[in-house]
Design a protein around this ligand. Structure first.
Ligand code: NAD
Length: 485
């Protein structure tokens, strides 16, 4: 075992769980055992909530300009430890080192946004009648929780922790049981940056801990990122106990390729979007709809896909179960009559035979009802459908229950606008394969890709992590008394 057993992090200290149950942490790159992690109990959560509650009065009363100083220092530490964090991220998640570097760079950008929060939460003040002023302030909620998935072990925790904490909350993070290592390192860097003990805590575990978080009376708000199935469970359970909740779910993102699309650029973007992070991105291109004759572009996509080699410029998928699920989808498509143009099944990497790799896969002549057309595959697979018109393509996109992202590839600005207006997704790209809005713009899908109001990052997150206090004041005796004062 390469690393010491993973521990919870409570009140600034790594702490053993009260539970004896553990889970192996295995690297998808080569199947090697990295560590063991505790499957914590609700007793552990109680301790973390107690620590966060104890830290809240002092932290919430610290002026925001002082609070963000921690994040200026944290950002510098992320920069300093970029290489080491990226290596850890690749080891536990299976993505390539380059992808992990990009992930840590994104953490830095997210933190940079948090340092700008004092400029964005100034509140409002107005003399509403003679001598009477109304003022609004953004006030932190208290103890909040963040439940995160396996696919971005460092970035998704940093979607929530810098903003929620800079805004004055104390947080309990529940990492994915598949990738528990990065979060511990983030906690160490936050402490080194001067974050007071108890403001950030980590509880490891799975279903039991997620349910306990949703039910805990000491937690005010729950953010969740993961599959739609679990997002629905968490949203319902957390709001049932009257918590504020925001739950981001899965995705099936459609790229619409028009015949006037620039072939080389389009093919590179489609191939990169479907295969980046081994297709395990909620913003990955999963379905492509070719409008009219796009055969030459499909040929180029296959050419690009063949340049993507497992173990070289393509990482591993998270587990054996994931690999089997992805390969099952490809088999179903083949049985249903689709054409496998590039086949990534049975991929292995020499010397890493226990790694869980799937090669890039291009499936053409997919019909809208097939499972590869409608379901989230979460692997490096693109399902290509064909239509004669843009409206038929939009009908397919609109019929999908998800709504994270959609993209169009064209050189016609009017047509791009037509699609932006009609696609049913929260994040739209024009000639962009992965249309993630960068800070200060916020991240969040529509439909079954998100439950709750507002987005999880950027300016929109301010509303989620704070409540508004409205005060009406009158100081001068001369101010008249009437129904408006
Ligand atoms: P997951 O839903 O299996 O797990 C997410 C979290 O929920 C983990 O912390 C896990 O421990 C917990 N969990 C799992 N099953 C649970 C249950 N039955 N009850 C309560 N908690 C449970 O997701 P994953 O496999 O870790 O991540 C992949 C999914 O996340 C994909 O569907 C992907 O699209 C989605 N995702 C979405 C976004 C987004 O922004 N919309 C971003 C990243 C990932």
């Amino acid at each position: 075992m390469k690393y010491a057993p993973v521990q919870n992090y409570i009140s600034g200290k790594f702490t053993n769980s009260t539970s004896q149950r553990t889970l192996d942490v295995v690297s998808p790159l080569d199947g090697n055992l990295l560590s063991k992690m505790p499957m914590s109990s609700s007793k552990d959560l109680d301790m973390a909530v107690k620590a966060a509650k104890a830290a809240f009065p002092a932290w919430s009363k610290t002026p925001i300009k002082e609070r963000v100083q921690v994040f200026f220092r944290y950002k510098t530490l992320l920069e300093k430890h970029l290489k080491e964090l990226a290596e850890l991220c690749s080891e536990e998640n299976g993505k390539t080192y380059g992808e992990s570097v990009a992930e840590i760079e994104k953490c830095i950008e997210l933190t940079e946004f948090a340092t700008s929060l004092p400029q964005l939460v100034t509140g409002e003040i107005l003399e509403v009648s003679k001598g009477v002023e109304c003022r609004t302030e953004h006030v932190p909620l208290g103890v909040v929780a963040s439940i995160v998935p396996f696919n971005f072990p460092a970035m998704v925790p940093n979607w929530t922790l810098p903003n929620a904490i800079a805004l004055g909350n104390c947080m309990i993070m529940k990492p994915s049981e598949k990738v528990p290592l990065c979060c511990g390192r983030l906690a160490e860097l936050l402490k080194a940056a001067g974050l007071p003990d108890g403001v950030f805590n980590i509880i490891h575990g799975d279903v039991e801990i997620v349910e306990a978080i949703c039910d805990h009376p000491g937690i005010e708000a729950v953010s969740f990122v993961g599959s739609t199935k679990v997002a629905k469970i968490v949203y319902q359970r957390a709001t049932k106990s009257y918590k504020r909740a925001l739950a981001l779910g899965g995705a099936k993102n459609h790229l619409m390729v028009l015949p006037d699309a620039i072939p080389g650029m389009t093919a590179q973007n489609v191939a990169a979007s479907m295969s980046g992070c081994a297709g395990q991105r909620c913003m990955a291109a999963s379905a492509m709809i070719g409008v009219g004759n796009v055969d030459s572009i499909v040929d180029k996509i296959c050419e690009e896909a063949r340049k993507i080699v497992p173990g070289e410029n393509l990482g591993a998928v998270i587990s054996k179960e994931s690999k089997e699920r992805i390969e099952r989808y490809i088999g179903e498509a083949e049985r249903d009559g689709a054409k496998i143009l590039v086949d990534g099944r049975n991929a292995t990497v020499k010397g890493k035979e226990k790694g869980t790799y799937v090669g890039p896969t291009v499936i053409d002549y997919v019909k809208p009802g097939m499972s590869v057309a409608t379901e989230e595959i979460f692997g490096p697979v693109i399902s290509i459908m064909r239509t004669n018109t843009v409206d038929e393509a939009l009908a397919i996109e609109n019929a999908n229950p998800y709504g994270n992202a959609a993209s169009v590839f064209t050189q016609n600005g009017g047509m791009a606008r037509y699609i932006i207006d009609r696609a049913s997704a929260g994040m739209i790209g024009v000639n962009v394969g992965v249309p993630v809005p960068r800070e200060p713009f916020s991240f969040g899908g529509w439909n079954e890709s998100k439950f709750g109001v507002g987005d999880i990052t950027g300016k929109s997150s301010i509303e989620f992590w704070t409540k508004l206090k409205k005060s009406t004041t009158k100081w001068n005796a001369e101010a008249g008394v009437n129904w408006m004062s």
